[in-house]
Write a protein that binds this ligand. Sequence first.
Ligand code: PAF
Length: 282
Amino acid sequence: MQVVTTIEGLKAELRKLRVEGKSIGLVPTMGALHAGHASLVRRSVAENGATAVSVFVNPTQFNDKNDLQHYPRTLGADCKLLETLGADLVFAPAPEEVYPEPDTRRFSYPPIDTVMEGAHRPGHFNGVCQIVSKLFLWVEPDNAYFGEKDFQQIAVVRAMVNDLRLPVTICPCPIVREESGLALSSRNALLTPAEKVTAANIFRVLKDSQTFAAGHTVAETHDYVVNSLNAISGLEVEYYQIVDDTTLQPVDSWTAASGIVGCITVYCGSQPVRLIDNIRYR
Ligand code: PAF
């Protein structure tokens, strides 16, 4: 496995792989890798001749300086894990390599990127599109792998790929959960053991809401989730939205769309950690 930190080095390694006729799978990450990332890398290794993994905490997608500063960074451990998973190439650039100049490009895909995360984290998806478009242009992957925990991110990346006509297939991968049900996230490393137990209620309530939904309206199901979670000490729901899985617009009845997903963001703990998750109703 090669670890490169420059775009030149990245392109040189990719050229060697392409000369061997290998298709390229890309797994974009911000590091602090866990079993969720491992599942993306395993799938890429199974489906491509070679797998490249980017490890870069992208400053332009953080709208909160404190969040960026505290984001876990564990490059040494990440590389060890990636080696065991069979990744071929790791791209771990410094911010100056990626953004020698401020990126002034603006990406906007309303209404997909204006709701939920888009509404609560201004500029977040613009930053995601800035980094992912650069990675796609530099790596030119055949396939790119993203976890469904970031449900809205996948929709926004797809919109960007369509917009820029990039020749890459976006491969969504299922959420990986701890035994408790807590969705794996690099941010879980910021939770105390007790907070992790509390955070497991997020999925428990979402799961219960699938049963609840069978006999109740969308609005009642929304309130059930929000009220149940806010009643638990240490949890505070930022938003819960039950949406059409393609347009990401809120639905008001269970027959309003063929695919319906509930997307949630919850703050957990005394130094609040922002956790996201989602559940499918249809
Ligand atoms: O999902 C993430 O970890 C990030 O948003 C991504 C796609 C690696 C871009 O920085």
